[in-house]
Design a binder for this molecule. Structure first.
Ligand code: GLN
Length: 407
C-alpha cells in the first residue's frame, strides 16, 4: 500500500485539542483549549440572525467580503494608526490558523529557516513543516520569558527567511517590550527577514504592559505579515474568522495561497461579524476588565494551592509548575488532573522545544462561575503540595494505576 507523506510523521495531532476530547470524556472542566464558555455579545448574535435570513449563503469574495474588509480595515486603522487599504492589504482567512499557514507558505521556500521562540503555540512547528521550512528555536527564559540577545543574533546569522512573533505570547503570557521589538526589527532589517506575527490576543494585555503591533514600528510595515483573528476579541472561536495583513505585493501572493487552500471564510459569518468590528472603544475596555477579573480569580486559587505559576502580562494562559506532585511525565499529570481533580490543562511539553516536563498550561477564558468551580477543585492540590514537603504520598507515585494515556 502507498504510504502517506513522510513529513506527516514528524509531528502529531494537536495536544491542545486532544486534551479537549479527554476533558469531554471525563466531564472535567476544560481549561486546556483556550476558548470562552459564554456567548458572544448579543449584538453579534442578533446580527447573525439577520445574516442568516439575508442573501449571504453563497461564496463571498475569496479574499473577504467587501463590507467585512472595510469594517476590518477601519478597526485596524483606529487601533494601530496604519492606513490599511481593505482592497490591497488584507486577506480574510478561516481563523488565524489558516492565516499563519498562508503567511508561512507565502513567505517560505522549502528549506528556508524560520525563527520560532520557545515556548511557542504548537501550530507553528506544524506550519513550518507543512510549508517546508526548518525552525530555529530561540528560548524565552523564565520567569519573565525574555530572550537572550546574543542567542537571537546567532539565530539571525543563519539567515532565516522569517521569524514568527506571537505577541502577546501563548503560552507564556509574555508581552514584548518596545526595546525588544526594536531589536527584532533591526535584526530583521539587517538580514532581510519577514516578521510573521500572531496578534490574536492584542486586546488582552494587562497594564502597565502595552500591545505594540509590529507593523507599526518604523520601516516594519514592509516586512511584516500580520496574522490575527476575531476569535478571542469577540468570543467567536467557532466562527473561524481570521486575516492576514501585509503589503500589497505580499497580499497578492497570499491571496493565491488562501484561494487554493479554502476559497474563503464563511459568508454569513463575515456579514454578522461586521457588527463586532464596529463596536465602540468601550467594548474593548470592558473585554480587558473582564479578563483582568478572570485572571485575578484564577491566580487567586493557584496561589492557595502552593504551586508556582507564571504571571501573564497578556493573553489568558498560566503555566503551572507541577513538580511537587511527583509525576515523571506532564502527560500523566494532565491525565491524573482530569480524572482525579476534574480540571484539564495542556501538558507544557507540547509548547517547548527544550525538554520541559514539569508544567501544565491552564487558561482562564471562562465565566467567573466556571473559574470558581475549577478553583475549588484545584484547592484539593494543597494537600499534595503539603505532602511533598513532608515526604508524604504523592499522586505521581500512583500513576501506574491510571490506565490509558491521553488520546
Ligand atoms: N489558541 C487556543 C489555545 O492555544 C486554541 C487553539 C485551537 O485549538 N485553535 O488553546
Amino acid at each position: 500500500m502507498p504510504l502517506p507523506a513522510a513529513r506527516l510523521n514528524v509531528f502529531s495531532e494537536s495536544v491542545i485539542r486532544a486534551m479537549t476530547r479527554l476533558a469531554n470524556r471525563h466531564q472535567s472542566i476544560n481549561l486546556a483549549q483556550g476558548f470562552p464558555d459564554d456567548n458572544p455579545p448579543p449584538e453579534i448574535l442578533a446580527a447573525l440572525h439577520r445574516a442568516t435570513d439575508g442573501p449571504f449563503h453563497q461564496y463571498a469574495v475569496t479574499w473577504g467580503a467587501p463590507r467585512f474588509r472595510s469594517a476590518l480595515a477601519a478597526k485596524i486603522n483606529r487601533f494601530s494608526g496604519l492606513a490599511i487599504d481593505p482592497d490591497r492589504h488584507l486577506v480574510v482567512t478561516c481563523g488565524s490558523t489558516e492565516a499563519m499557514m498562508v503567511a508561512m507558505m507565502t513567505a517560505c521556500n522549502p528549506g528556508d529557516k524560520v525563527i520560532v521562540f520557545s515556548p511557542f503555540y504548537e501550530n507553528y512547528a506544524a506550519d513550518a513543516i507543512l510549508s517546508g521550512a526548518e525552525p530555529i528555536f530561540v528560548p524565552l527564559l523564565p520567569p519573565d520569558f525574555h530572550y537572550d540577545s546574543a542567542t537571537l543574533a546567532r539565530a539571525f546569522e543563519q539567515r532565516p527567511k522569517a521569524i514568527i512573533l506571537c505577541n502577546p505570547a501563548n503560552p507564556s503570557g509574555k508581552v514584548f517590550t518596545r526595546p525588544e521589538l526594536l531589536e527584532i526589527a533591526a535584526l530583521a532589517a539587517k538580514y532581510d527577514t519577514f516578521v510573521i506575527t500572531d496578534e490574536v490576543y492584542e486586546h488582552i494585555v494587562y497594564p502597565p504592559h502595552q500591545h505594540i503591533s509590529f507593523a507599526t514600528l518604523p520601516g516594519m510595515f514592509e516586512r511584516t505579515i500580520t496574522c490575527n483573528s476575531l476569535s478571542k476579541t469577540y468570543s467567536i472561536t467557532g466562527w473561524r474568522l481570521g486575516y492576514v495583513q501585509a503589503t500589497e505585493s505580499v497580499i497578492a501572493q497570499a491571496r493565491k495561497v488562501h484561494d487554493f487552500l479554502t476559497v474563503g471564510a464563511a459568508a454569513p459569518l463575515q456579514e454578522a461579524a461586521v457588527t463586532g468590528l464596529e463596536f465602540p472603544p468601550e467594548y474593548y475596555d470592558q473585554l480587558l476588565a473582564e479578563y483582568t477579573a478572570r485572571r485575578d480569580i484564577f491566580l487567586g486559587y493557584l496561589a492557595q494551592t502552593g504551586l508556582a505559576y507564571t504571571q501573564p502580562q497578556g493573553a489568558y494562559y498560566v503555566l503551572v509548575d507541577i513538580s511537587p506532585l511527583g509525576f515523571a511525565s506532564d502527560r500523566e499529570a494532565a491525565e491524573w488532573m482530569t480524572k482525579e481533580i476534574g480540571v484539564t490543562g495542556v501538558p507544557g511539553s507540547s509548547f517547548f522545544r527544550e525538554p520541559v516536563n514539569h508544567l501544565l498550561r491552564f487558561h482562564f477564558a471562562k465565566t467567573e462561575a466556571t473559574l470558581h468551580a475549577a478553583g475549588q477543585k484545584l484547592l484539593k492540590l494543597k494537600d499534595y503540595v503539603a505532602a511533598a514537603g513532608t515526604g508524604g504520598k504523592l499522586p505521581g507515585a500512583t500513576r501506574e494505576s491510571l490506565g490509558q494515556k491521553p488520546a
